[in-house]
Design a protein around this ligand. Structure first.
Ligand code: BGC
Length: 762
């Protein structure tokens, strides 16, 4: 019997492996489909030089940067085949009208492709991407991005400028909110999940949209966290940290990439032959197309690598940017330069081919229009339910002294204080597409209902404005706290001004006078929980010293209130874990978990006090701050506690040759026990560190994670297997390989805890 069962399990497992392999192949099949290639070539042959250039030209609808003087002339430009794509058309009636001009009145009837920043939902707004990453759950990301695709395509949008897969390690950078945090391993998983969600099983499905991995590349490493700023980094850093999520997206079949604004080692990313052609096309065999960022071809002039728009066009184009978003550089100059022999005809054909390939793959030639009657205008209840679930799972419990959370039954009075308690627009977060603040249920709205149902009194006081300076509301806030059994403080950032693009902050504390408000409220001495709404890690040391609990809620989307209510009252337990490190203070920034050791690590020193002598001082440390963050990567509490045993390995030595040949694997296990009194889930993380290699390696690097659920007192042995993929390092000549080394392995609940087990790679 058990033999039969085992055989069935094996068959089942194989069929899962096979199905996912087959579906990965189907998902990517458009990249090399003979019938698509035939159609592309046939069409290409009929195109004039001007029509070819037209395909490379993208405008934002209604912007005066198009040919002629704006909107009135755009229609004629479509007729002439001078525009390949629009962004920012969200009205299906308008999109059909423009598409009809392309399909009925242009000579070759090449459909337009409409793109939009659908970043975390279209009509239904989900948590911001940084929050979604905190779920550490690619299935949630895939579901959310699939829904975004279903809703957006119903309005004719078949292309989203998402996912942003930029690794970000500097919380000053406002766009840290748009990505999956600091780690390339997790970032690559999330990149894949987004692409699978948006593009579905088949790009040709009318509910699928082309994804766009952006911003290629290293945009998140802007110096000093100032948006658009310079990036200077080693090829190793680029290849090991910043490129992997893009590579993962390409491997998953992503249809497009967006070239970024920044320069890399002096060469702007939008004119970077090395990244755009050598790596992307040469090494990764990317077959889709690259769009510039907004005006980034024109920006080659202020960067200082072109003195006029014609040179900018030539440099951007020859480096590998296929479509020009809003610079008008290709439209004005590419045809002329091709005629003059400054741009090879073959290069032009190649770029057009890539764009047509995606248009054919999407089925736009066969189904160019959208059914206007079917456009999603109100929020589908099923999508709202997913929004609540995703939000619930994205919250990270950072502190919970004396188990203030979950809130106890039988409270008589709850004070809800702060400018984020009832601010619907801030719940939507940066880039909310067609999100509408009217659809948001705020924390205040959710708690009012709850108070009625459960029979407690809710006192609300706004206290101050998000960026306020007036203390006029402080007295009311303090009075509310004085009357309450428990205080909830809803504080944080103004999502549209302080998070997202062009929202770099030089100070990362609570904005305005919110810290002062917090201190006034905390002085009441009541159990106080801070519910923090932010698009980045804030420096919370002073805040954490005054409150009993902190829950990071990010920008949670339309279901902010109901999701928070469930977690605060314990109907759901905190599930999220940090994907970015929270510093103790701004001076530690940039701060991230996978650092090198340096030659002078302050191992064993007490860093909580200043150095007293030269032995203590001449170490890699601050004289006035600890080295460790306030909350490390991977960290997050829940309503129970867990104990981790020391990890065990199945071999203390392992052959490097066998590893490199893909013939050896190492198994690591640890026993995890629920030591609390509630059922709960933990995110078990695997980290490795290599010593004795040809180049210095990070002390710890994430290489795996697994979620487990345990009843009180229950324990489970968790196993990870690692091999060549996890242990290889980038070597200039032989690319990636495993080297002889001492390998440390941790199985731990975050990047800062646990004791390693050591294995020799020889
Ligand atoms: C942003 C991109 C965005 C584009 C189009 C740019 O300013 O950097 O992320 O996709 O605008 O809206």
């Amino acid at each position: 019997m058990s033999k039969i069962r085992n055989a069935l399990v094996v068959v089942l497992l194989w069929s899962i492996v096979l199905t996912s392999f087959v579906s990965a192949q189907t998902r990517k099949s458009w990249t090399k489909a003979p019938e698509i290639e035939r159609k592309v070539e046939a069409l290409l042959k009929q195109m004039t030089l001007e029509e070819k250039v037209g395909q490379l030209n993208q405008y934002s609808y209604g912007m005066p940067t198009g040919p002629g003087t704006g909107r009135s002339k755009v229609e004629e430009a479509i007729q002439r085949g001078e525009i390949g794509s629009f962004l920012n058309v969200t009205d299906p009636v308008l999109s059909n009208r423009l598409q009809h001009i392309a399909m009925d009145q242009s000579r070759l009837k090449i459909p337009l492709i409409f793109g939009l920043d659908v970043i975390h939902g279209y009509r239904t707004t989900f948590p911001v991407p940084l929050a979604l990453s905190a779920t550490w759950d690619p299935t949630i990301v895939q579901r959310v991005s699939r829904i975004a695709a279903e809703e957006a395509t119903s309005s004719g949008i078949r292309w989203t400028f998402s996912p942003m897969v930029d690794i970000a390690r500097d919380p000053r950078w406002g766009r840290i909110v748009e990505g999956a945090g600091e780690d390339p391993y997790l970032g690559s998983m999330m990149a894949r999940a987004y692409v699978r969600g948006y593009q579905g099983e088949n790009l040709n499905d009318p509910q699928s949209m082309a994804a766009c991995a952006k911003h290629y590349v290293a945009y998140g490493a802007a110096e000093a966290g100032r948006d658009y700023n310079t990036v200077d980094m080693s090829e190793r850093q680029l290849r090991e940290v910043y490129l992997p999520p893009f590579h993962a997206a390409v491997d998953e079949g992503v249809a497009t990439l967006m070239a970024s604004f920044n320069s890399i080692n002096g060469v702007p990313a939008s004119a970077n032959q090395f990244t755009l052609t050598q790596v992307l096309r040469g090494e990764w065999d990317f077959r889709g197309f690259v769009v510039s960022d907004w005006g980034s071809v024109g920006e080659l002039i202020p960067h200082g690598v072109a003195n006029d728009l014609a040179t900018a066009a030539r440099k951007g184009f020859l480096a590998g940017v296929d479509m020009d978003m809003e610079s008008n550089a290709y439209f004005e100059h590419l045809a002329g330069m091709t005629k003059a022999g400054q741009v090879p005809q073959a290069a032009l054909d190649q770029a057009v081919r890539r764009i047509l390939r995606v248009k054919f793959a999407l089925g736009l030639f066969d189904r160019p229009y959208v059914d206007e009657k079917n456009a999603v205008t109100t929020l589908p209840p099923a999508n709202v339910a997913v929004a609540r679930d995703a939000a619930e799972k994205s919250f990270v419990l950072l502190k919970n002294d004396a188990s203030v959370l979950p809130l106890q039954k039988g409270m008589r009075t709850v004070a809800l204080i702060g400018p984020l308690a009832d601010s619907a627009p801030d719940m939507l977060g940066a880039w909310s597409a067609r999100g509408d603040a009217k659809d948001v249920v705020t924390l205040k709205a959710a708690l009012e209902k709850r108070a009625e149902r459960d029979g407690f009194r809710l006192i609300y006081a706004k206290g101050t404005e998000i960026r306020g300076t007036s203390e006029a509301g402080f007295a009311d806030a303090a009075a509310a706290a004085a009357q309450a059994d428990v205080v909830l403080l809803a504080l944080g950032e103004d999502a549209s001004w302080m998070t997202g693009e062009a929202a770099s902050r030089a100070f990362i504390d609570l904005p305005g006078n919110q810290q002062q408000l917090l201190e006034r409220v905390a002085a009441a001495g009541k159990p106080t929980a801070l519910v923090l709404f932010s698009g980045r890690p804030l420096a919370l040391t002073s805040a954490a010293a005054r409150v009993n609990a902190i829950i990071e809620a990010w920008s949670p989307g339309v279901q902010a209130g109901p999701a928070l209510e469930r977690v605060l009252f314990g109907e759901a337990a905190p599930y999220g874990r940090l994907t970015v490190t929270f510093p103790r203070s701004l001076g530690q920034v940039p701060i991230y978990h996978s650092v090198l050791n340096t030659g002078r690590p302050p191992v064993g020193l007490d860093l909580t006090r200043p150095p007293t002598d030269g032995n203590e001082k001449f170490k890699s440390r601050y004289i006035d701050e600890q080295n460790v963050p306030l909350y490390p990567f991977g960290f997050g509490l829940t309503y129970t506690t867990f104990d981790y045993s020391a990890p065990q390995v199945d071999a203390k030595e392992i052959s490097v040759d066998q590893l490199n040949a893909g013939r050896a694997k190492l198994s690591i296990t640890a026993e995890i026990k629920n030591t609390g009194s509630r059922r709960g889930e933990d995110l078990v993380q695997l980290y490795i560190g290599l010593r004795g290699t040809s180049v210095a390696r990070p002390v710890r690097q994430l290489k795996g994670f697994r979620r487990i659920a345990l009843a009180p007192g229950e324990s489970q042995r968790v196993e990870f297997t690692i091999g060549r993929d996890e242990l290889s390092i980038w070597q200039r000549d032989t690319k990636y390989a495993v080297e002889p080394a001492e390998l440390n392995i941790w199985i731990a609940p975050n990047a800062q805890s646990g004791t390693p087990v050591t294995v020799t790679l020889k």
